[in-house]
Write a protein that binds this ligand. Structure first.
Ligand code: NDP
Length: 285
């Protein structure tokens, strides 16, 4: 039986839980989002993050910087947010325009405010199996799998893609849940047969409908992270949904699957960061 996963419903539930916890704090969690330039997709993502933050009663700030901002100016903006006591979470929307290296900027975010989990400190903590703030999309995928009650222990999992933003942290999280994880990428030989081994496929390559029916083993669980815009304006995932879904035990749609859960996890990370900071503030030195 194919069980589709409605990411919107899940995100709604998680957001309600986050809100219920947030109101118990002595001050609301604060999230700052830095947007450099006018990339339309980035503008949409940033706007949605702000809307959800406000709905949850968070303090929310959006900082719009011009597209021709210098690296130094962006870093100074981040540093002022590091020092802002009302802000618990800082997110710099990537990619940056003009070929600016996003890593050079995100590395300046205080690890305790790094709600995207991209600083060396947070990546290192995750790699050592002691995650604190984990990148939102892989964290959301793990939560989807938990909500589906997938028994990850011993499971053969293939993660397609090895980006710092998604593939790498996803592989680490699955391994920490005792799955046997293969990470495949553009240099992988005979990708279809690697994917065919998998009881769980997590696809994040950014290639429209690359994963076809004959790549997938009967009864596999398919999580599609890809977001690809076709010429005709349609949005599709990395998996050929109509072909693959009859074979799958469970499959997430695009849009409406993984996407909505990412923002919910950003809110949860902000809540975690805020709770930890407020606990620290309350403790005498
Ligand atoms: P990147 O472009 O950073 O990484 C893509 C990865 O896929 C790379 O590791 C690359 O391999 C691999 N790859 C590319 N083409 C192929 C191919 N033909 N065969 C095998 N492997 C391939 O992308 P991201 O990880 O940032 O994002 C991936 C997708 O997920 C995108 O569509 C993005 O829009 C989406 N996404 C969705 C999110 C959400 O739902 N909220 C959040 C983040 C991303 P190599 O390393 O060898 O180059």
């Amino acid at each position: 039986v194919t069980r589709l996963h409605d990411g919107k419903e899940l995100a709604k539930t998680w957001n309600q839980q986050t809100r219920a916890q947030a109101v118990q704090l002595s001050r609301p969690p604060g999230l700052a989002v830095v947007l450099v330039g006018h990339d339309p997709a980035s503008q949409v993502y940033v706007r949605r993050k702000g809307e959800v933050a406000e709905r949850l009663g968070f303090v929310h700030r959006q900082l719009d910087l011009p597209a021709d901002s210098s690296l130094q100016h962006i870093v100074e903006t981040v540093q002022s947010l590091n020092e802002d006591p009302a802000i618990d979470g800082i997110l710099v929307q990537l990619p940056l325009p003009g070929g600016l290296d996003g890593r050079l900027v995100t590395e300046h975010i205080l690890p305790e405010k790094d709600v995207d989990g991209l600083t060396t400190a947070n990546v290192g903590a995750l790699a050592q199996g002691k995650p604190v703030l984990v990148p939102c999309t892989p964290r959301g995928v793990l939560r989807i799998l938990q909500s589906l009650q997938v028994a990850l222990e011993g499971m053969e999992a293939v993660v397609l893609g090895r980006s710092n933003l998604f593939g790498r942290p996803m592989a680490m999280l699955l391994e920490q849940q005792n799955a046997t994880v293969t990470v495949a990428h553009s240099r992988t030989r005979d990708l279809p047969s690697v994917v065919r081994r998998a009881e769980l496929v997590v696809a994040a390559v950014g290639q429209a409908e690359m994963v076809r029916r004959d790549w997938v083993r009967e009864g596999a669980i398919i999580i599609d992270v890809g977001i690809n815009r076709l010429q005709d304006g349609r949005i599709v995932g990395d998996v050929a949904f109509d072909e693959v879904s009859p074979r799958a035990r469970a499959i997430t749609p695009v849009p409406g699957g993984v996407g909505p859960t990412t923002i919910a996890m950003l809110m949860e990370n902000t809540l975690i960061a805020s709770t930890r900071r407020q606990e620290r503030e309350a403790r005498p030195l």
